[in-house]
Design a binder for this molecule. Structure first.
Ligand code: AP5
Length: 258
């Protein structure tokens, strides 16, 4: 089995071509839910290494667009980056346009891990309709939970690689060499929206718009609740323990059909 190395088709849109195409007999299709800073990106990265499913983060698409020269940014994208800097949610129409353009990524042979999407009921309804149209089934929706005080500590110490997007924490997951990525030697930076005033707005937006998705997915029988307390590896193992029976159900069903 091979994996996507650079997520180019997701980060750049239809013009991007991934380095290698994943192939998996039993692709996992996940949505990760949870407040900002709970550790979704960290878990998505570990799940990608374990399951080979592609990490599809909407926040990463916006941040990649923010690095383009201004003349290459669309008006909608400039607008989106303003919302992001303030910690507010980008309007549904802009987000949906961006995801719809990349719908081929949902067909990735390795499966996918959606991180940061959907984030509103309207986005969840749109994704449900799209996956139904495409004949794709979600394996599970994993909701990570963490006390508020821990979330703020995780966000304030976060550092991200400007090249490969690997995520570190100043005290909890430090890089070997300060300011430098262990994987690719990229430079580590602090995200603009991790400033205290933006964090407050992001947590409020989560409570108002994203938390209701827990009930939405519970009603669809897809929800898996995981505590985000503990080390990233412990949380990964707890996630895998809850995912494995669901993955097996798909294998069993597929063998009944064939
Ligand atoms: P996005 O990039 O999706 O950010 P987020 O959801 O706010 O989540 P974060 O990336 O902040 O946190 P995380 O849960 O991934 O935590 P991480 O693993 O980094 O979105 C950013 C913005 O884009 C939004 O505010 C919005 O404006 C816009 N946007 C994106 N999608 C949108 C959508 N669908 N609709 C509308 N707007 C949208 O971990 C955090 C820190 O904790 C790290 O330092 C990490 O090393 C550390 N850590 C992780 N796990 C552990 C652990 N177990 N123990 C100790 N430390 C840990």
């Amino acid at each position: 089995m091979t994996t996507h190395k650079n997520r180019a088709a997701w980060l750049q849109g239809p013009s991007g071509t991934c380095e290698t195409i994943a192939a998996n007999d039993n692709p996992v299709r996940l949505v990760l839910l949870g407040a900002p800073g709970v550790g979704k990106g960290t878990q998505a990265d570990l799940l990608n290494q374990r399951l080979k499913a592609c990490h599809l983060s909407t926040g990463d698409v916006f941040r990649a667009a923010g690095k383009l020269a201004e003349c290459d940014q669309s008006a909608a994208m400039k607008d989106a980056l303003g919302y992001m800097r303030r910690g507010e949610l980008v309007p549904d129409a802009t987000v949906w346009e961006m995801v719809r353009e990349r719908k081929a990524c949902l067909r990735c042979g390795g499966g996918f891990i959606l991180d940061g999407f959907p984030r509103t009921l309207s986005q969840a309804e749109s994704l449900k309709k799209l996956t139904e149209e495409e004949g794709l089934e979600l394996t599970a929706v994993v909701n990570y939970e963490l006390p508020f005080s821990e979330i703020v500590a995780r966000l304030s110490g976060r550092r991200t690689c400007d090249k490969c997007k690997a995520v570190y924490h100043l005290t909890e997951r430090p890089s070997k060499v300060e300011g430098c990525c262990d994987r690719c030697d990229g430079k580590l930076f602090q995200r603009e929206d991790d400033r205290p005033e933006s964090v407050k707005v992001r947590l409020e937006a989560y409570e108002r718009s994203t938390a209701p998705l827990i009930v939405f997915y519970e009603r669809l029988g897809l929800l898996v609740q995981i505590s985000a307390v503990g080390t990233p590896d412990q949380i990964l193992e707890n996630t895998m323990a809850k995912l494995n029976p669901r993955r097996q159900r798909y294998v069993d069903r597929a063998s009944l059909v064939s």
